[in-house]
Write a protein that binds this ligand. Structure first.
Ligand SMILES: Cc1cc2nc3c(=O)[nH]c(=O)nc-3n(C[C@H](O)[C@H](O)[C@H](O)COP(=O)(O)OP(=O)(O)OC[C@H]3O[C@@H](n4cnc5c(N)ncnc54)[C@H](O)[C@@H]3O)c2cc1C
Length: 383
């Protein structure tokens, strides 16, 4: 187990060494999709880590997958460009039909098809998913999609979008979580049939978009699982996503600590390395302790997930602790670098912008705290 993990770690490290900081700086500056990097990750099979071997993937667990993403971020890269290709297919794997799995999973494993866009958030439904208003209405052997989505990432580099839409009106269900369904949307067909994609300029290089569905028809064979069960299907993927994102945060934390430590050793001020000052070294030591603690929780959550044990508490704690640890480490690294931390050439400001996202997406810190308060501590639901 440990040998496998070490091999995975080393393999990703070697691949990432071909994409140095200058590469990431350039794609960030140009707001380009890191296509060459994603191609290399695909060709090496890392994005098919979670696809079972029978479908051509490597059949690894969430433990190994989270280490893959950790190493990408640790190297100074940004796994956000490709992490969804790794796990969006999980909904198809768990709830799709035999035909859907046969058609999609081997193609994803070969790198012939990208399913890395995930359409849930709407202007009126971010944290509160069940308030989404996009509808899918049965028509002519399929469904007509109407509505709006926001912050939907990697659409321009995806062949398919996994979409959550309402198939039964709120008035006809007893709970809002009912009546939602998941669809595979062929993006090329949809673009020719009423889908508009408008890029959103964000503080980091993250290909995210507003989507407008103006009566886009999707064939009924693209419905995943049972109509009306979509919210449950999406929830089923949340624990894996949280553990994988925790891996990315830990990678960011390690990047910041490595950079801060190096700089604190090398930078001479008042004729001595700044790292000789406790005011400089203690914050780095504290950030290191936080990252290591989050790492333990990540591995605990991942082990439980891979052994099919319940892991809602651990997955949420891992994401919370890892996102906080990476953000604290980012602030420490920026401070240690003084003015140079703000200069793009040092990569701190870029990673600082990138790691800030984890406090909000894919789920905000407050919503994780609300989960822990309600589901772990048994406190009254706060919303
Ligand atoms: C760069 C980027 C990429 C994204 N990519 C995708 C994607 O590919 N697909 C997708 O579907 N979505 C995506 N998202 C959306 C992301 O998941 C949402 O932004 C996130 O879930 C929060 O929703 P919101 O922005 O509507 O915030 P809101 O729900 O409006 O919340 C705003 C603030 O209020 C707080 N808040 C709300 N309710 C409560 C409460 N009851 N108690 C305490 N605090 C509360 C939240 O914590 C948050 O800080 C992306 C977002 C970004 C920024």
């Amino acid at each position: 187990m440990q040998d496998l993990l070490n091999d995975v770690r080393q393999g990703v490290r070697d691949l990432c060494a071909r994409f140095p900081a200058a590469y990431w700086r350039a794609v960030d500056h140009e707001r380009e999709y890191p296509e060459a990097f994603v191609q290399a990750m695909t060709a090496a099979g890392y994005l098919a880590a979670l696809i079972p071997e029978e479908y051509g993937g490597s059949g690894l667990g969430v433990t190994e997958a989270s280490v893959i993403l950790e190493e990408v971020n640790r190297s100074g890269g940004n796994a956000a460009a490709c992490h969804a290709q790794m796990y969006t297919m999980g909904t198809v794997l768990r709830h799709g039909s035999a035909e859907q799995k046969q058609w999609l999973l081997p193609a994803i494993a070969r790198g012939d098809l990208r399913l890395q866009a995930f359409g849930v958030t709407e202007p009126g439904a971010g944290s509160d998913t069940t308030h989404l208003e996009t509808t899918a209405t049965p028509q002519q052997g399929g469904y007509v999609i109407r509505g709006q989505k926001i912050f939907i990432s990697r659409v321009q580099h995806s062949d398919y979008l996994l979409l959550l839409a309402r198939t039964t009106p709120v008035a006809a269900v007893t709970r809002r979580a009912q009546g939602l369904s998941v669809f595979l949307v062929n993006l090329r067909d949809a673009l020719a049939d009423g889908l508009t994609v408008t890029p959103i300029d964000t503080m980091m290089n993250h290909e995210t978009n507003a989507l407008f569905f103006d009566d886009v028809w999707v064939p009924e064979e693209n419905l995943i699982g049972q109509e009306g069960e979509g919210f449950r299907y999406i929830l089923d993927g949340m624990n894996a996503e949280r553990i994988l994102i925790a891996g990315e945060c830990i990678g960011d934390g390690e990047f910041f600590i490595d950079a801060a430590t190096r700089y604190a050793r090398d930078r001479i001020v008042f004729d001595r390395p700044i790292g000789k000052n406790q005011g400089v070294q203690f914050p780095i030591a504290r950030a290191y302790a936080q990252v290591r603690a989050a790492d333990l929780m990540r591995f605990d959550a991942a082990r439980r997930f891979d052994q099919s044990q319940s892991c809602g508490e651990q997955a949420n704690l891992a994401k919370l602790l890892a996102a906080d640890a990476s953000w604290d480490a980012a602030n420490v690294a920026l401070q240690v670098h003084g003015g140079y931390g703000f200069a793009a050439d040092y990569d701190i400001e870029r990673k600082f912008r990138e790691t800030r996202l984890f406090q909000v997406a894919p789920i905000s810190t407050n919503l994780i705290l609300a989960f822990i308060a309600e589901h772990v501590l048994g406190l009254p639901r706060s919303y």
